[in-house]
Design a protein. Sequence first.
Length: 216
Amino acid sequence: MSIRKLPGRLLATVDRLPSASYPLRRWVALAAVALAALPVTRAAVTPLPDDPRCTAEDRKFMARAAELAASAAAKGNSPYGALLVKDGKIVMEFENNANTSGDVTHHAETGLISASTVKLGKAFVSQCVLYTSTEPCIMCCGSIRSAGVKKIVYGCTATQVSLLHGRKLPFNPLQIREVYTRIGATDVTILGPLLEGEGLAVHAAAMANVEKMKKG
């Protein structure tokens, strides 16, 4: 599907989003409009299907991660959000604030791990499920692993976001599953992608806003 056909598909996703997820619904709709105005210079990006192992509960928490990502973008940061869930309840959330805080390590996941391990303790955090709006980078993988988290669910695939930005990908980009395989972390469950279409919409809206600001 070309980038020009994506707006219609994104608008169609609004109707199937949870009614409680108004911020995300709004960003999906805005992304459709924004994408329609983008120059036809982006690579074709077709959202990948959901990981079949994901549950309705996973979808609910991933929708929240996307809302946090949209909130981060609205504040001038990169569109990434993450949260920790234990026993079906959110115990902590964090959105990327690397730009506004000046701390380049404050990705959604690293910020979340830093804050949660200090406040809740590593033993508690290790029993949580981590949801993140986009596949974690290598730095974030390291922090998540250090906290002992045993289950990770991500929304957008990192390579898909790179394609949306029109970037040329390396021949064999290093992704989260390979990172964990290389370090022998076979005890960690990794699920994803999940709700990738909605997640890409948040990234697209953030991209369009940046381009609009550049044009004055």
